[in-house]
Design a protein around this ligand. Structure first.
Ligand SMILES: [Zn+2]
Length: 183
């Protein structure tokens, strides 16, 4: 089968057919301009910059199950909601989506994962934007030790700090594994 586009580095297709990509195990790496994602750009004080995209499309061995997973990263300038100073938020999303067609029947163990209905070619920037918006914190704030407004530890809203090295951060894949095991 001749690929309809090459695995690209830096030059990403505008539209993708996720299931077709998964059938041939494609990986897309490169950057997309933040400007191509108006909803996300709106949340940034600068509105420019690049979104780093690294997405793999796979077909699970011997099955009609297609997945898309990878990492999306973009540095955003946002306002800390505690001190109202500008801060750099390194937004990162690690999507893990089961690709499906509308009406397709899914195995029960796939029911816990997020689904992406891919009946027709999709806008890559729209897909990336949706995933990053899901990862965007509702209330961006400096880590307590970096904020100009000092807070007592007891006042720190759990999980609201953008410090990703913080203890207790959940690995999304670990969550997925756990969900699968409890079935
Ligand atoms: Zn702050």
């Amino acid at each position: 089968m001749t690929p309809s586009w090459k695995e690209s580095h830096g030059h990403l297709p505008v539209t993708i057919d996720p299931i077709q990509l998964a059938e041939r195990g494609a990986r897309l790496t490169g950057t997309l301009p933040l400007k191509s994602m108006p909803r996300l750009a709106q949340g940034s004080l600068e509105g420019s910059g690049d979104v780093n995209v690294d997405l793999a499309f796979e077909r699970e061995e011997g099955q009609q199950v297609f997945v898309m997973h990878g990492t999306l990263r973009v540095p955003l300038r946002v306002t800390c909601q505690r001190c109202l100073e500008t801060m750099e938020l390194n937004l990162e999303a690690a999507p893990w989506l089961i690709l499906t067609k509308s009406g397709a029947r899914l195995e029960p163990q796939e029911g816990d994962a997020d689904l992406l209905v891919a009946d027709k070619p999709l806008s890559l920037s729209g897909l990336v934007e949706d995933e990053l918006l899901l990862a965007l914190p509702m209330v961006p704030m400096h880590a307590p030790d970096q904020c100009t407004v000092k807070v007592r530890a007891a006042n720190v809203v759990r999980g609201a700090a953008p410090d990703r090295t913080e203890r207790g951060r959940k690995n999304p894949f670990a969550v997925l594994d756990r969900l699968k095991k409890t079935k």
